[in-house]
Design a protein around this ligand. Sequence first.
Ligand SMILES: Cc1cc2nc3c(=O)[nH]c(=O)nc-3n(C[C@H](O)[C@H](O)[C@H](O)COP(=O)(O)OP(=O)(O)OC[C@H]3O[C@@H](n4cnc5c(N)ncnc54)[C@H](O)[C@@H]3O)c2cc1C
Length: 459
Amino acid sequence: MSAQLHELGRNEDQTIIIGAGLAGLSCAFELVDQGKSVLILEAAPYVGGRTGNWNERGMEVESGFHKFIGYYKELPKLLERAGIDLDEMLVWETTMQVRHPDAEEYGEFGLDIIHAPLKTLSGMLGNNDFITPGDKASLVPFLAAGFKDCVSRPEELDEISLLDFAKQHGVNEQALQRIVEPLSSGIFFMPLEQYSAYAFFGLFLPGIPRIHKMRIGAFTGGMTDVMCSPLAAAIEQKGGRIRTNSPVTRLLYGTDGTDGLEGVELEDGELIPATRVVVAANIRRSQQLLEEHFSEHEWFQPFLSLDAMPHVTVQFESELPLLPEDRTTFGPGTDIGSFGEQSRTTFRGRPGRASIILVNPDELIDLSDEEIWNRTQKGLIDIGLAEGVSSVTDYRIVRGNENFYRIAPGNERKRPEQVTPIRGLYLAGDYTKQPMFTTMEGAVLSGQKAAAGILDEST
Ligand SMILES: Cc1cc2nc3c(=O)[nH]c(=O)nc-3n(C[C@H](O)[C@H](O)[C@H](O)COP(=O)(O)OP(=O)(O)OC[C@H]3O[C@@H](n4cnc5c(N)ncnc54)[C@H](O)[C@@H]3O)c2cc1C
C-alpha cells in the first residue's frame, strides 16, 4: 500500500479534510487562504452537513430548524471573507414566543436591545400573565450563581444536571417550565435532568459582553443554497478541491513503517495520499474512523467514550401558515422544542411550511414516522395551533443518531482538542473542544483551530 501511495504522489503537500460541514469548510477556507493544497472529501451528495438542505422524496428539507445567533463572531466573519452578504442570507427576528399548554397567554420576548429596545424591555418586565414577577425573581439567584460558576469552576458545573442546579438555587416550577426549559431543551433537545448545567450557562456566557449583538437570524433559503455552497465556491476559487459522494472508509496510517497519517481510502477502494488528514466528520463517524488505529491510544480514550445524542425533526407543508409570522417559537410542556413557520423566509413559494425540533429524542428516535407525526400534531394542538395542523398536506421526519455529542453532565472533559499527538492527524467538528458547544459557531471555531494547528506545524 505504501508503494501505491508513493506512486500516487504522497510527496505532494496535500491536506485531506473528511467532511464538508461548517467545520471542514472553515478549516479548508483558512488553509487555502494561506496557499495550502486542500482536498475535501464529503460522503453526501451536497455540502453543508447538518447545515444542509436537500430534496427528501419530493419535499425540500433541512437537517432541522436552524437560527443564526447575533452574537456569533467567527461564523459571520468567515462568511463575509468568503463574499457572502449576511443581509441577503438572513432575515432578523426581533421577538420570540413561548407557548405552554397550561398558560392562558403565550409569552412574547424581545431579543434585540438595539433594534427593538421597547419590545425587549417590555418582554423582560411584562408577560406577567405568562410568567409572574415571583417566577422571574426565582430565576435571579440561579442565573447569578450559574454564570459565576461557569467562569470560576466550569468542570464542577459540568458535573451537575441543569434540573438539579435549578432546584438547588430555588427556581420555581413555573419558571423552570416556561423559561428554563425553552432555553435549554428547546435548543439542544435534551430534558433538563440530562442536560449539563455547564452547557446551559456556557452557551449564553459569550453573549453577555455582546448583548448589543443579540438577535436571531432566519435563513432566506436552504442553508446549503445560501451559505454552504457559496462558501464552498469561495474555497474552490482559492484553489481548494471538493469531492462530494466520496465517503472515506479508512485512514491510512503507519503502512510505511512510520507513525504518521499517509492518506485515506474511499468506499470504492480508491487510495488518496496526503501529508495530513483533518477528520471533520460528525462524532460517530469520526470515532469509527479513529477506532481502527487508536482505540488503545491513551489520548483518544476519553473521546472514544464520548456518547452521541440523536435528533428528531419534523417538517411539513400546509395550506395555511402555522404561525402569523416566521419567528422562533418554543413549546415547553409538550414534545415540541423549538419551531417556526418558514414560508416567508427559508422555504418560500408555499402557503405554509414549518420546521420543528422535538425534545427528548432518545424516546422518539426508534418510533415510526407516523407515531412521531401523531405526537407532533398533539403537541401543536396542545399549544393552540390546531388550525395550522388541520391544513397539513405533507410531512417529513428527518432524524439522525450520530451527529451530536451528548451535552450531559461529565462529558465536557471528554471533548478532544483539534491537534492530536499523531503526526499529520487533526480533528475538527462541533464536538471538539471549543467554547461554543454544538453550534454553527462552534463548528467554525473548531475548523479554525485545526487549521491554526496545521499552519503552526508548517512554519
Ligand atoms: C436539527 C438541528 C438544529 C440545529 N440548530 C442550530 C441552530 O439553530 N443554531 C446553530 O448554531 N446550530 C444549530 N445546529 C447545530 C449545527 O448544525 C452544527 O453544530 C454544525 O452544523 C456542525 O458542523 P460540523 O461540520 O461539525 O458537522 P456536520 O455538519 O455534521 O458535518 C460533518 C460532515 O461530515 C460528513 N461525513 C461523515 N462521515 C464521513 C465520511 N466517512 N467521509 C466523508 N464525509 C463524511 C457528513 O456527511 C457531513 O457533511 C443544529 C443542528 C441540527 C441537526
